[in-house]
Design a protein around this ligand. Structure first.
Ligand SMILES: Nc1nc2c(ncn2[C@@H]2O[C@H](COP(=O)(O)OP(=O)(O)OP(=O)(O)O)[C@@H](O)[C@H]2O)c(=O)[nH]1
Ligand SMILES: [Mg+2]
Ligand SMILES: [Zn+2]
Length: 409
């Protein structure tokens, strides 16, 4: 095992050497950590090891879970060895981020081999929330008619974790970790995926702890910006006129992106005028509703025809072609949005996605009706596969091609 010289914490983003790593005590007598919380095992620097190399805590219990020396947040072991590719999912409330994550990452696991990549949970314990959401969408009993993924709230325990940074307790979203790489190559990276509540990106809602909950923007190698066209009045009038405009409507989704960009610049100390050095994948969500009128009736077979998924390179080509077409449509109805994206980054892709493949019906009682058998994602995996293909591995020094393109060469 070759250790990295420097590890970046997935919670507080501070760096440390492998020698500074803390172990998490497994002994029932060593509960209650000053930084991690009263129900957590004490974090300690290992002095003694058993013959298999597991650390022994002061009580003699075998320990192999690891934590950051700065904030005491638990990190997967793989972070000691592999470079990370953090991906931030951003977008207005109800734009479809959480459904896209569940469905897109499910499809990544299913289609990885077709794409010529390995894609595995780095350590399933960290990905529980995604697994629960995936089980609801794809593995519910046929009798369950009302699958609903809970709205990402701005501070809930399942989604966020308190992290102490410089003595101040902040609330950080729990990342999901996947180990990925081309099958033809032994190089692997750990993809860290961050979801936030949409409120964190809304203008004037700084009370929702925006700054501290979006620290992942300090390092993200790619941003997936979920744009919900159905919340845009002109788009809806033109391409989904039957759609009821009631409910959540965020007209100014370009402001979500400007907010993200200004936070990213602040965190990285970047100039206020230059485009950001991070590729942005704009996922136009809920395409099951508008796809046919924008892209033609056979839009879903069109998008999946691209070489029966095909390798990442085929995908990049197909997505780039699709992106040009969608961008032009979007520039007509939402020029403020396209203008804002293109002013702030030089590398943007616009792709249609449908996490559910269907528009959940609302019954007489106002509950949404959705069954596992109704869920048929279309292009949900594309933002993630694309992010991998175009991601900058060293986010502060953007390379022309991402790690996968490179390792293919
Ligand atoms: N028609 C359709 N509706 C969808 C799709 N994906 C999500 N929705 C609906 O959009 C709403 C919001 O979805 P979420 O995934 O919770 O949105 P979010 O961006 O995570 O929202 P916040 O957590 O509040 O920021 C839900 O009512 C979903 O049923 C889709 O692919 N098609
Ligand atoms: Mg959400
Ligand atoms: Zn940390």
């Amino acid at each position: 095992m070759v250790l990295l010289n420097e590890i970046t914490c997935a919670w507080c983003w501070r760096q440390f050497s492998p020698l500074q790593i803390r172990f998490i005590s497994e002994s029932i007598h060593l509960r209650g950590d000053a930084l991690a919380g009263s129900s957590e095992g004490v974090r300690f620097s290992a002095m003694r090891f058993d013959p298999e190399g597991n650390a022994l805590d002061p009580d003699g219990a075998r320990c192999n879970r690891l934590a950051c020396p700065h904030c005491h947040g638990e990190i997967p072991r793989a972070l000691l060895e592999l470079p990370t590719v953090p991906i931030s999912i951003v977008g207005a409330p109800s734009s479809g981020k959480t459904n896209l994550l569940a469905s897109g990452l499910w499809r990544m696991s299913q289609l990885a081999n077709d794409m010529g990549i390995d894609w595995l949970d780095t350590d399933p314990r960290f990905n529980e929330l995604i697994h629960t959401n995936q089980a609801s969408l794809f593995l519910s009993e046929p009798t369950v008619q009302n699958i609903v993924l809970t709205k990402t709230d701005t501070g809930g325990d399942a989604l966020y974790r308190p992290v102490t940074i410089a003595g101040v307790v902040e609330s950080a979203p729990r990342p999901a970790f996947y180990t990925a790489g081309r099958m033809s190559d032994s190089a692997r990276v750990v993809v860290e995926v961050y979801d936030n509540a949409g409120e964190h990106f809304m203008h004037g809602q700084r009370a929702a702890k925006f700054e501290t909950s979006t620290r992942h923007l300090l390092r993200s190698s790619a941003i997936i910006l979920v744009f919900d066209p159905l919340q845009h009045i002109k788009f809806r009038q033109r391409f989904a006129p039957d759609r009821d405009g009631a409910g959540t409507n965020h007209q100014r989704q370009e402001l979500v992106f400007s907010t993200v960009v200004s936070q990213l610049r602040r965190l990285r100390g970047l100039s206020a005028v230059e485009p950001i050095p991070v590729p942005v994948i704009v996922a136009l969500s809920k395409a099951d509703v508008w796809g046919a009128s924008v892209l033609g009736a056979d839009w879903d077979s069109l998008v999946s025809r691209r070489g029966a998924i095909g390798s990442l390179d085929v995908l990049l080509e197909g997505a780039t072609r699709m992106s040009r077409a969608l961008r032009d449509v979007l520039a007509q109805v939402a020029p403020e949005f396209v203008g804002s994206v293109e002013a702030l980054t030089n590398r943007a892709w616009f792709v249609p996605v449908s996490a559910l493949g269907t528009d959940p019906k609302i019954d007489a009682e106002g509950n949404s009706v959705l069954r596992t058998s109704d869920v048929r994602p279309v292009w949900a995996e594309v933002p993630f596969a694309l992010a991998l293909t175009v991601a900058a591995v060293e986010p502060l020094k953007l390379q022309k091609d991402g790690v996968f393109t490179q390792s293919l060469a």
